[in-house]
Design a protein around this ligand. Structure first.
Ligand code: SF4
Length: 550
């Protein structure tokens, strides 16, 4: 046997030092890994139902409260009244309120009106009428009491919904096209693959202890931000094999944003679940488990490169070669699902915009009723925090639009309402530094008032994404104007809420991350002045057809 060289030994140590299971390193290297090894996080459901729901908040084990609860979509929410300047200085227990945020996974954003009604009614009874549509097509409640969690689960599960693995180091909700199966321009309908992955693998203990979260997107259209997912299947026409999916891995945002890499492989619809299971297995076994901030699959893919990743996937996991295939067509403009559009079957879908996903349980119940009055029983949530009603007969479209508008859901919104997204922010999020949702609402009102004179000149909505901290839950880096919440110094030397500005990010044709302009910060009170200036400048100075990101 040839003895290993020094370099090879060093490399082996470096890899082993990342805590990769496949290299034999099974001892936990940080408290999160320890917690997952000590007790599979899915076991916490039993304790919630049989101990904590009866004993109340104070009976909850801290390891469950701040760790394993996430596997069931539960996070403690932020105590009211703690300003963002103190976020980083307080201990977790000082930030924890006794109420919970609860995330309901809605794979593919697909709901029946019956499910939407139940979601809304739960909110009215148990969540103080809160319900946000997230940019991952989930519904997020607030003010949930631990005592009510088992009942909420029963009600959700009675209509086929779950909060299982809505958070945690697990396979999170699968994004899918809100118009899958009805869009006249989709290459292929990805919904059967979404359903099958959910059926086979969500809650499967083989994948309940991943190095970190694992985000999936599957769509026959480039409408689900596939470039920034841990794994994505994007519809393509193969010249010989027909419609299928192009496989991407290793995208992600947060503090180290990376665009996913194409593996150059074409996957037919019925093989998507197996290939998905292969990729998540590579991540489970080879993903880095030492440092939380290096544990997403994007770091492994970046270190290995697409070629090696594909080779390991094929030889060690799939035991066969994948078929080479082409990349997806790149859209010349970002896609959302707003407005009235004809479906494949001649009916229409109506996409409507709340502001930054903020709705309420009452709004959702009323929206479900409005959809049913037209004869529809299908609605969709979108990755842009919007809501779409499917299957509307032509004669019912105008009436539905009016009813939805009365609920604050506009299907012909201003470009500002259409392009604004915001994360949870300081109202409920323990990591937040600044307010986001209310600020998005103020911003839209201001832009609608002050930019009314140029509204007809805006060909594409200018996207403004407002984030409460550097974590990028609302995709700072992919917006025309991305705003990262932080404390800034105002003209009088005071420390106030504000934003680091990123300009010119985008997906699709302009896939790339917005430039962080060093020193380019605005206070929260200057925000609308700033956005008005930037947008007016762009609209007045641009050449014909020039997009914001150019
Ligand atoms: Fe919370 Fe930050 Fe995510 Fe916003 S970006 S929801 S503030 S963690």
């Amino acid at each position: 046997m040839v003895p290993p060289t020094n370099t090879a030994t060093k490399r082996a140590h470096a890899r082993r030092g990342e805590g990769q299971w496949a290299l034999g390193y099974r001892e936990p290297l940080n408290p999160n890994e320890r917690s997952k090894k000590d007790d599979n996080p899915l076991n916490v459901r039993d304790r919630i139902e049989n101990i904590y729901a009866h004993g109340g908040f104070d009976s909850i084990d801290p390891g469950d409260l701040r760790g394993r609860f996430r596997w069931y979509g539960l996070y403690t929410q932020r105590k009211p009244g703690i300003d963002g300047g103190r976020t980083a200085t307080l201990e977790p227990e000082e930030l924890d309120d006794e109420f919970f945020m609860l995330r309901v996974r809605v794979d593919g954003g697909a709901l029946t009106t019956e499910q939407l009604t139940v979601i809304g009614e739960i909110s009215q009874t148990y969540a103080r009428d809160t319900a946000d549509i997230t940019d991952r097509q989930n519904i997020q409640y607030h003010w949930i009491r631990i005592e009510d969690v088992p009942t909420v689960w029963q009600k959700l599960e009675a209509v086929g919904l779950t909060t299982m693995e809505a958070c945690g180091d697990s396979p999170r909700v699968i994004l899918g096209s809100p118009v899958a199966g009805i869009s006249v321009d989709e290459v292929i309908d990805g919904s059967p693959a979404i359903e099958e992955i959910k059926r086979r693998y969500v809650g499967d203990r083989a994948f309940s202890n991943l190095p970190r979260k694992f985000k999936t997107a599957i769509s026959g259209l480039p409408d689900v931000a596939h470039e920034i997912h841990d794994i994505a299947f994007v519809g393509v026409q193969h010249p010989e094999h027909g419609p299928g999916f192009d496989l991407w891995v290793g995208g992600g945002l947060s503090t180290n944003p990376m665009i996913g890499k194409r593996l150059g492989a074409w996957v037919p619809l019925d093989e998507v679940p197996d290939v998905w299971a292969g990729v998540i297995s590579v991540f489970r076994d080879y993903g880095y488990r030492r440092l939380r901030h290096r544990a997403r699959i994007k770091f492994l893919v970046s270190d290995w490169g697409a070629e090696k990743f594909r080779e390991v996937l094929e030889t060690e996991y799939l035991k066969r070669k994948l078929i080479d295939g082409p990349g997806p067509e790149v859209p010349d403009a970002p896609r959302d699902h707003i407005g009235v559009h004809r479906q494949q079957d001649g009916k229409f879908y109506v996409g409507a915009a709340p502001i930054a996903g903020r709705v309420s349980g009452s709004t959702l119940v009323a929206a479900a009723k409005a959809a049913e009055r037209t004869g529809s029983n299908r609605v969709r949530l979108t990755p842009q925090q919007k809501l779409v009603v499917l299957d509307v007969p032509e004669a019912e479209v105008a009436g539905l639009q009016t009813e939805l508008a009365r609920l604050g859901l506009h299907s012909a919104p201003s470009p500002w309402r259409r392009g604004v997204m915001a994360c949870t922010g300081i109202e409920f999020c323990k990591l937040a530094i600044v307010e986001t949702k209310a600020r998005a609402a103020e911003l839209v009102t201001e832009l609608e008032r002050r930019l009314a004179d140029i509204v007809d000149d805006v060909e594409q909505p200018v996207s403004v994404h407002i984030n409460g901290c550097p974590n990028s839950c609302a995709r700072i880096q992919t917006a025309d104007i991305g705003l990262k919440g932080q404390i800034v110094t105002d003209d009088n030397g005071n420390q106030v809420e504000g934003f680091q500005v990123h300009l010119g990010g985008g997906l699709g044709l302009d896939a790339g991350f917005g430039r962080k302009l060093r020193g380019h910060k605005v206070t929260a009170t200057e925000l609308s002045d700033y956005v008005v200036r930037v947008v007016r400048h762009y609209v007045e100075q641009r050449t014909e057809g020039e997009r914001f990101a150019q």
